[in-house]
Ligand binder design. Structure first.
Ligand SMILES: Nc1ncnc2c1ncn2[C@@H]1O[C@H](COP(=O)(O)OP(=O)(O)OP(=O)(O)O)[C@@H](O)[C@H]1O
Ligand SMILES: Nc1ncnc2c1ncn2[C@@H]1O[C@H](COP(=O)(O)OP(=O)(O)OP(=O)(O)O)[C@@H](O)[C@H]1O
Ligand SMILES: [Mg+2]
Ligand SMILES: [Mg+2]
Lengths: 256, 256
């Protein structure tokens, strides 16, 4: 069946989008069939794959507001095996617009369960979340099987983890009983830097086997790629950033 | 009088908190009287100054929910001239809780205008915002005289600027007619890196004199300081990060 993974962390700038885009591409390159849903009104995952949210017709906004079925919002990327539901800046008012609806937190879950035909042809649905624990992120946590948590090796990022884990527990109790953490992927790792080493060892000590062996190094090529609308595999396949995401995809697939 | 500045940018991880904390401290060290309001449920500005949100009594949450006057939430920092209104994780549900209130976007503005005695003893109120354009950030934009925008020298951060400017314009039209941009401070600048140079020149070309001459370099000491609950001035006064924020405070004070 199709596995649904939310890529979430309310701390900003920790590598959620970079991980969602490059994992999606790496999985597709190994033959997996992947749908990437961009649930962040910043639209970074959409533009990072070369899409222009202003040109897209239906987006995640219409899906969340129940104005269109999920399948209507799906566009093919340049890469075989990878399709995308683009975001829209309109999503930033979804909280307010959905406040008066029946079960506002279950809109994405309902849209995905209604898309039977779509799901039959997919191995993975990855959902890129905005930097908050608001209704959009809660929709993703309610809709997914598990949460992939990018953790930047910095102090504020580690501090925020407990709030994220609390929210995941709350969503599991109230909306999604099977919800669990898929894993924690360390990002922007710089092993020459004491703080990065310390955060890595703290994370492995506290989170144990939830933390993947693969780490993503800080690599400027990863931040250059989106300015060309390319994933790292297309922009610089010889970079340390690409090697890390390729290895991560392998470890991700082999972790039960 | 007392000037109110929101430190805002919906892009995550661009240096909002680092700028709010270190500008507040640098201003206080030049004799200015500063109140830092932490409006982010992540509580990073609070912990970055050594406060423990769990121990604080009244926080920005009670102020926004009109359960306490602003003055009740103010705590003194270790530094003369600097006081703080700490945040609370409870703020993450403020959107939902305020949705049924009369003018939910004006709670901070009302709280600040009600604090006459407090304002008489202050030169600046800086408000650290969460990474979103939600009700908390809109409250800050409605309450302030101007917005200080930290801009990370990366592609996604530059892309997000147009949405921020649109939101500022909308708040100016509907809630706060005098709202303007105080300035744009470039953060995590690495002049050895092509992308950083390109973003800096794009920003200066498009935004002109809004962009401060002073830039904040990428400096690991800035990210180490909060793990000790210290601002950079206290943690490593010889660092390039501290020199940059001291110079920025001087330029900030001299820019009309
Ligand atoms: N391993 C890395 N090495 C260098 N730069 C990186 C790396 N991962 C991400 N970046 C860059 O760091 C910035 C933050 O990453 P990204 O936008 O993916 O984080 P995010 O968590 O999605 O942010 P937000 O919270 O705003 O959604 C981006 O400019 C990105 O290009
Ligand atoms: N100039 C700098 N050099 C190196 N690291 C920095 C610099 N400025 C900030 N940092 C680090 O980068 C990370 C992001 O900065 P910060 O948390 O201040 O951003 P933010 O915009 O407040 O994030 P959020 O969107 O989550 O509120 C933090 O770990 C911080 O310590
Ligand atoms: Mg993102
Ligand atoms: Mg912050």
């Amino acid at each position: 069946g199709c596995r649904i993974i939310a890529v979430a962390n309310q701390k900003g700038g920790v590598g959620k989008t970079t991980t969602a885009v490059n994992l999606a591409v790496s999985l597709a390159m190994t033959g997996q069939r992947v749908l990437l849903v961009d649930l962040d009104p910043q639209c970074n995952a959409s533009t990072g794959l070369g899409l222009n949210p202003a040109e897209s017709g239906t987006s995640a906004y219409e899906v969340i507001l129940e104005e269109a079925p999920l399948a209507d919002a799906v566009v093919e990327s340049r890469l075989a095996g990878l399709s995308v539901v683009p975001s829209s800046p309109d999503l930033s008012s979804a909280d307010v617009e959905l406040a008066s609806h029946e079960s506002p937190a279950l809109k994405l879950k309902e849209a995905i369960s209604g898309a039977m035909d779509l799901k039959r042809d997919l191995d993975w649905i990855l959902v890129d979340c905005p930097p908050s624990l608001n209704l959009l992120t809660v929709n993703a946590l309610a809709a997914c099987h598990s949460v992939l948590v990018p953790l930047q090796c910095e102090y504020y990022a580690l501090e925020g983890l407990s709030q994220l884990i609390l929210t995941i527990r709350r969503v599991r109790e109230q909306l999604n009983p099977g919800l669990r953490i898929e894993g924690v992927i360390l990002t922007m790792v710089d092993r020459r830097n004491r703080l990065s080493q310390q955060v890595e060892s703290d994370a492995r000590e506290n989170l144990g086997s939830l933390v993947y062996d693969t780490v993503i190094p800080r690599n400027v090529r990863l931040s250059e790629a989106p300015s060309f609308g390319l994933a790292i595999a297309e922009y610089d396949p010889r970079s340390s950033g690409h090697a890390a995401y390729r290895n991560f995809a392998t470890e991700f697939l082999s972790t039960p």
